[in-house]
Design a protein around this ligand. Structure first.
Ligand code: NAP
Length: 278
């Protein structure tokens, strides 16, 4: 029986490249995806690959909670939870839960998903949580008086902040759960020609379209997250941020334990309706 990965964002780009690689290596794949149409497409393109699909829209916390319930009810364990889905949004908008979309799809949805399956992972011991961040976390600066950036929204500001949340979250998971056998890693995949900028408009879209052929292929870009999922004996580097399969320094603001703890508490408060009572 192969290992099992539960992955978000497996329908496109880096996630799809990861799924293909691991499925070919004999892993069981549980894909958490928002679009039934995309799921059907993938089934048609890869009929030979056995994939379990769980509907999960990160922009809707009730959908995330439903997905977690299905994961918890599965007989098989989860060896790797890969929080990979993410993107950038041109304009400010709020989810059905009332939070800024980039913040929720890139951070808060994954925060809830992870917290709702953490007991299953803890019971299993020896599991990994991999959060796909970005070098753009260096642009991030969390202002807790306006975490949703309502006052002065910018796509890269929102994206950078959400990716900074990913590296803070990774360190918090390490601090809380490493002794329970859970290792947590974050990473930057490189600049990769995926669906990432396809839905943008204006100047960024122009640059994206011109530059896309020069970017890494999704297969090349996915190498670091695949490495973190599969490499034996890297638990000693839990909590760290990886680029090109090596742990590297994060931005200075990513090392602040007070901000890290505050982000955890604020995120916990935001999803409290879906968390079990303490
Ligand atoms: N490409 C790069 O250069 C680059 C660089 C640094 C970091 N990253 C990070 O890499 C990760 C993967 O991105 P990618 O480059 O592979 O982009 P992509 O091809 O656009 O894939 C994004 C994935 O996220 C899913 N997704 C988006 N919103 C969602 C939601 N509300 N609920 C559930 N799933 C949702 C998409 O699902 P649908 O198929 O339904 O749209 C898709 O599977 C992201 O976290 C991104 O920030 C990418």
């Amino acid at each position: 029986m192969g290992k099992t990965i539960a992955i978000t964002g497996g329908t496109s780009g880096l996630g799809l490249a990861t799924v293909e690689h691991l499925a070919n290596a004999g892993w069981n794949i549980v894909m958490l995806a928002r679009s039934t149409a995309k799921i059907m497409e993938i089934k048609e393109v890869f009929p030979e690959v056995e994939i379990d699909f769980v509907r999960c829209d990160l922009a809707d916390l009730s959908s995330v909670a439903d997905a977690a319930e299905i994961l918890n009810a599965m007989d098989e364990g989860i060896d790797v939870l890969m929080n990979n889905a993410g993107g950038i949004n041109d304009h400010f908008s709020k989810t059905v839960d009332g939070y800024e979309l980039t913040f929720q799809m890139n951070h808060l949805g994954h925060f809830l998903l992870t917290n709702l399956v953490i007991d299953k992972l803890r019971k299993q011991r020896s599991t990994r949580i991999i959060n796909v961040s970005s070098a753009l976390h260096k642009m991030g600066k969390l202002d807790f008086s306006d975490l949703m950036i309502e006052a002065n929204y910018g796509p890269f500001k929102a994206y950078g902040n959400s990716k900074l949340c990913n590296v803070h979250f990774t360190q918090s998971l390490h601090d809380r759960y490493f002794d329970d056998g859970i290792s947590a890693f974050s990473l930057h995949p490189g600049s990769v020609g995926t669906g990432f900028g396809d839905h943008s408009k204006g100047f960024f879209k122009l640059i994206w379209d011109l530059g896309k052929p020069l970017l890494l292929t999704p297969q090349k870009g996915a190498e670091t997250q695949i490495y973190l999922a599969t490499e034996e004996g890297i638990e000693g580097d839990s909590g760290k941020y990886f680029v090109k399969k090596k742990p590297v320094k994060m931005a200075k603001q990513a090392y602040d334990p007070e901000i890290r703890e505050r982000l955890w508490k604020v995120s916990e408060e935001m999803v409290s309706a879906y968390l079990p009572a303490k």
